[in-house]
Design a protein around this ligand. Sequence first.
Ligand SMILES: *Cc1c(COP(=O)(O)O)cnc(C)c1O
Length: 377
Amino acid sequence: MRQKTKLIHGGISGDPHTGAVSVPIYQVSTYKQEGIGGHKGFEYSRTGNPTRHALEELIKDLEEGYAGFAFSSGMAAITAVMMLFNSGDHVILTDDVYGGTYRVMTKVLRRLGIESTFVDTSDLTNVEKHIQPNTKAIYIETPTNPLLKITDIQAASAIAKAHGLLTIVDNTFSTPYWQTPIALGADIVIHSATKYLGGHSDVVAGLVVVNSQELAENLHFIQNSTGGILGPQDSWLLMRGIKTLGVRMEEHEENTRKIVEFLVNHPAVKKVYYPGLETHPNHEIAKKQARGFGGMVSFDVGSGEKADQLLNSVHYFTLAESLGAVESLISLPAKMTHASIPKERREELGITDGLVRISVGLEDVEDLIEDLEQALK
Ligand SMILES: *Cc1c(COP(=O)(O)O)cnc(C)c1O
């Protein structure tokens, strides 16, 4: 089955009992048993719910893994995956991971004894240098936010395998439509499904796919024990979003390509960050491991003042955190998502006060370009 067909026919489609074409919302907490233990696969909805199960089967198929799991948010998914580890274990992570991932690792899990080191994984020698006897996993985000840095998933997985470590990939920015990390050697894929998978700024959810029975059993035990599951309504909403992921991602990419071309040629724009640009330092790796470059682009307008002016002058770009929705969003990482990082460290990383990030939506691209043009003036 090809990707766009899988989005529609993957997992469990429809309802065998009624012929309903869409999976019903099983708004139910418990299930009748015909005698003790005599159930039809569902006992209690924390453990398993038919609507959530259909979503979990779908994301498993899309990511080409062994089993899927749906959580109440991306952060609940990430935390559940980290619960696979024990006190005293160590994880190496990409240095510019999502802020919430950095926070849960350093402020919550570190307190519980799970150690973490953050390195620039776009250069894998940094990973090898930091492997310790207690290291258990390499956790990669690629492309990263907001500088769209790329890590070679296949090469990272090879290093992990050689040292007996798990490879975990946060695939939120690319989605399985463009990038399937398990096929490249990763063990676990994580999504904030709040972003492109949902796609309409109307649901908060997290998904995980694992590549083995052992990981599936362990993660199901954690999901059922800690209970951060996705409800049936939101599971259904997410399945509805995923059906159009293909057409949305193609259109996001097409619009982004035109906007990038416009930005690169604009005199007020100092630098453009986009993995689809041949001048991007990891362009070749991005091309090798992903089928598309996505709809996120960052650019530097030279100063915080100019960035503020731009933000205040755009009409179609909504000033907001989050990304991956039908509406175009704009943000200023230095003052929003990355404000907690000290200014010197931010400048070192390239997250200057003049850096603007946009999540390109599905509006008519001519309107988006005209809007940026007048705002840059
Ligand atoms: C948003 C996001 C998360 C966190 O997901 P929530 O659904 O907001 O909990 C994790 N990783 C990335 C890359 C994200 O963009």
